[in-house]
Design a protein around this ligand. Structure first.
Ligand code: ADP
Length: 171
């Protein structure tokens, strides 16, 4: 059996994970992943990307605000926004883990490509995939926006103030 060695500098190190995405808008699926990540990491930084989606419903400050309201009370979760490469942002934040959510097999191909590309760009950054509760595994921001535009009540999928904001945006 190997002996357990603790190196100076390894003790009390804060484990930070970055959860990047569009979050246009945040859904219960995203919140489920954030809560799961908080069980493993000391701090989770939810990072809204400026360049992920071409025609978002909400601008970045609005998406940040909806996330902040949704995460109120979760002290170890932080919300930020970033431009450019995820790996550069991760390094700037002195983290080395990226969290991504995997809903179904259909997410896998794109996520796999992205994780391996990020690894090529920066070998010290690891991507960790997490699965949401099965009750959220079909949820996507895109679907919610489409359903809301057709008049659906989306309160089962997003916090009530997010549902209200979506309704207001869609007029
Ligand atoms: P992106 O445009 O980067 O895919 P999203 O906001 O759509 O941004 O999603 C951010 C991350 O959250 C992605 O890893 C995505 O797979 C994941 N995600 C989105 N919806 C869900 C959900 N319902 N359950 C679990 N993970 C999800």
């Amino acid at each position: 059996m190997g002996s357990l060695r603790i190196y100076p500098g390894e003790v009390n190190m804060t484990k930070i994970a970055i959860y990047p995405g569009s979050f246009d808008p945040v859904t219960y699926g995203h919140l489920d992943i954030i809560k799961r990540a908080l069980k493993i990491f000391d701090k989770v930084i939810v990072a809204v990307a400026h360049n992920a989606e071409k025609e978002p419903l909400f601008d970045v400050p609005e998406r940040v605000e909806l996330l902040r309201r949704s995460l109120k009370g979760l002290k170890r979760a932080e919300v930020d926004d970033f431009e450019g490469l995820v790996v550069n942002y991760v390094k700037r934040k002195k983290a080395n883990v990226v969290i991504r959510g995997l809903r179904m097999i259909s997410d896998f191909e794109y996520e796999f490509q992205m994780a391996l590309t990020n690894r090529k760009l920066c070998s010290s950054v690891e991507t960790i995939f997490m699965m949401p509760s099965e009750s959220y595994s079909y949820l996507s921001s895109k679907l919610i926006k489409e359903a809301a535009a057709l008049g659906a009540n989306i309160k089962a999928f997003v916090p009530v103030f997010v549902a209200k904001a979506v309704k207001e945006k869609l007029g």
